[in-house]
Write a new protein. Structure first.
Length: 125
């Protein structure tokens, strides 16, 4: 999973922090990632962009994180973010989270790619 993170970060523009969160005991726990270390190793459902995506069971695509009230900042350099849930048997078991230093870095094409990756990764979780 860390290799997937590394590949995405290397190959795709503006993928500055790429990581997985995994659901453990009802919360999101930081899994493999590449990029700067983050303080947000444990996130409750509903908390921040990651927690909201898990709670609502849907992708969150945020063009400008500075406009968000319910947001957990890892670094002031981060400007946009996408969080894609990983589903197994109809339940959220984790997420792919990408941060970018560029505003509006993500669109539907990124969502489609990350949905495909999520569908593959669920097989090894
Ligand atoms: N920004 C996220 C927290 C995780 S970091 O991006 C790695 C959030 O608001 O949930």
């Amino acid at each position: 999973m860390k290799e997937i993170c590394g590949l995405l970060r290397e190959e795709l523009e503006g993928y500055d922090w790429v990581g997985f969160y995994l659901v453990e005991n009802g919360e999101l726990v930081l899994g493999p990632y590449v990029g700067e270390p983050t303080d947000h190793t444990n996130i409750d459902f509903g908390e921040g962009i990651c927690g909201q995506a898990a709670d609502r069971e849907e992708t969150f695509l945020v063009d400008d994180v500075d406009q968000e009230n319910n947001y957990l900042s890892c670094s002031s350099k981060v400007k946009s973010e996408i969080v894609v849930p990983i589903f197994k048997d109809g339940k959220v078991i984790g997420e792919i989270d990408i941060d970018s230093h560029k505003k509006s870095n993500f669109d539907e094409e990124d969502k489609d790619l990350l949905d495909e990756i999520a569908a593959l990764v669920k097989k090894i979780l």
